[in-house]
Design a protein around this ligand. Structure first.
Ligand SMILES: [Zn+2]
Length: 274
């Protein structure tokens, strides 16, 4: 969504490959003209709430990443409250960046379709739906590893995919561990690049069902990636540099509706001063 105009460009999880622009604000104003409408991207709204709870901290920049049905991130500069956007009003649309994930047939990369209609995007492997597709591909390519796993036994007795994954991770199941290891690998890459390019990012906070529900396991696997490959030279000197910046926010610490309310109030106050 264009943060300047409110024009909605698209949504992979909701609308697939359709990117016909949708003027949400005008539609709302047409349907209910007696209401003053403001519109805001959901990730931005979540970040505004989280940032408001940390306004007295000395954090310079906060990068918030949502890992749920889709994946996106936003970075706010806490010193001036700005969330900068590009020429078309976007920032942090990482979910559809290309990813090369090893583990495919004949030593090649895994190939998965993305909700947006593209192929091998970050969301195709690492979102909630992506992890389900990643699991289907792994179970097919490594049938004996899959059928001998605790996760398989749990799904066999009726557990859903997410529940089985979580329970299997509690039981240190090697298949589930590998599934989450692969799903978090592209996420760790994004975090590594973000921190390498912007040393002012003092916190990387995860929200969204996948990271929140798997919390301790999610952090453990991210840590494993950063132990394997950290930031060149920085991690040698400061081994905890990356993990010191990472947090997972509970829903009450990062609530989109509260953030949207904060935004609307801020806009109204600005108008009152004009
Ligand atoms: Zn995509």
């Amino acid at each position: 969504m264009n943060a300047r105009t409110g024009l909605v460009y698209g949504s992979g999880p909701l609308w697939g490959s359709d990117t016909t622009p949708f003027d949400l604000r005008s539609e709302l104003a047409d349907k209910a003209p007696d209401i003053t409408w403001h519109s805001l991207n959901d990730v931005t709204a979540v970040l505004l709430h989280y940032a408001s709870l940390n306004r007295h901290s000395d954090l310079r920049k906060i990068l918030l990443m949502t890992v749920s049905s889709g994946i996106a991130c936003r970075t706010i500069d806490m010193r001036n409250g700005r969330i900068p956007v590009d020429d078309v009003g976007l920032q942090g649309e990482i979910g559809h960046l290309p990813v090369a994930l090893p583990g495919g047939p004949n030593g090649g990369c895994l190939e998965l379709p993305c909700d947006c209609g593209g192929q091998n995007h970050l969301a195709a492997f690492s979102s909630g739906r992506g992890m389900k597709k990643l699991h289907d591909a792994l179970a097919k390519s490594q049938p004996s590893r899959w059928t001998s796993s605790a996760m398989h036994r749990l799904m066999d007795v009726g557990c859903g995919h997410e529940e089985a994954l979580q329970m299997a991770l509690e039981r240190h199941d090697e298949y589930a561990e590998n599934l989450l290891y692969l799903a978090t690998r592209p996420i760790a890459n994004v975090v590594r690049y973000a921190l390498a390019l912007d040393p002012e990012i003092d916190r990387v906070v995860f929200v969204g069902g996948v990271s929140v529900n798997l919390e301790s396991h999610y952090l453990r696997l991210l840590n494993r990636h950063f132990q394997e490959t950290g930031l060149y030279l920085t991690s040698q000197r400061l081994p905890h540099y990356i993990m010191d910046r990472i947090a997972i926010a509970r829903p009450e610490q990062a609530d989109g509706l509260t953030g949207a309310g904060l935004y609307a109030r801020q806009v109204l106050e600005q108008h009152a001063h004009e």
